[in-house]
Design a protein around this ligand. Sequence first.
Ligand code: CIZ
Ligand code: SF4
Length: 354
Amino acid sequence: SPSDPDLVERARAAKERLGDKVFVLGHHYQRDEVIQFADVTGDSFKLARDAAARPEAEYIVFCGVHFMAESADILTSDDQKVVLPDLAAGCSMADMATAEQVAECWDVLTEAGISEQVVPVSYMNSSADIKAFTGKHGGTICTSSNAKRALEWAFEQGEKVLFLPDQHLGRNTAVRDMGMSLEDCVVYNPHKPNGGLTTDQLRAAKMILWRGHCSVHGRFSLESVEDVRARIPGVNVLVHPECKHEVVAAADYVGSTEHIIKTLEAAPAGSKWAIGTELNLVRRLANRFASEGKEIVFLDKTVCFCSTMNRIDLPHLVWALESLAEGNLVNRIEVDRETEQFAKLALERMLALP
Ligand code: CIZ
Ligand code: SF4
């Protein structure tokens, strides 16, 4: 839907007043009305690095969700202020692992006598607290692009991995990319005593998967894959690794948002694609590639946006930019020093992955 021309003009004017002092980051899952004002688009990790590469920008306006703004604050200098246009833009997956729950889990692993052998690997989609826990306990962060390399590294450091907070990315990477079996994985449920696991189960497991998932990617089912194959003969099914294992197993291709975009850029004219990731991105790609004769559809029959990503809309962006232009620093996301120090350690281990 077209954006309100009045708001478009206000956003443009506020951005112009701020000049080089502001740098606007737009996650791939953001609305078109917001993306049009992004100086750069990308996945959460690329955006955090892009922000760090712009030290002259005093304000980083992060159009994405809370954990992404935290990561940008961790990776940028202390002089740069990261702003999230709506503080209610969280991530249900990141919220599934709290600092208290993860500390309790570590106690369970210690009581089972295995914490010495366990290396934490945390997905980028986690709070700064969880990244700090990971750094403190010798672990690394990963993204959906480098999860395999992160696991390979972790299994050189120890015999077991605690994978946080997305069980699907952890399982898919272990089974698809590392040749492990489903039996090598157990799921730790933070809402049950002992994670719902026996000591023997914990001792036998190679991958201890946190019971978290993405509510958006979790909606795709084996049925959605079968339906689209029946509807569109010759369709290529390409899904994000946050999807359930059975969906990933049935898909033709699996990859991060950056990988999905590159795959579609390289796809031949006349090819047909069903994409299993957030709908704002899929619609944008479908429009972009339609003129090249590439048919791109959303994998599911129902609509599924990430509701928290969608909280960042043009009115919120205008409000944030106008406030900054008037000298009011609003909605700053600031990670405290100690958390930042350990979270950075975990992020740096990721940057050093071979
Ligand atoms: O699902 C998400 O939130 C993704 C793909 C985030 C990111 O940028 O990696
Ligand atoms: Fe979180 Fe899923 Fe939304 Fe990404 S798409 S921000 S993982 S809820």
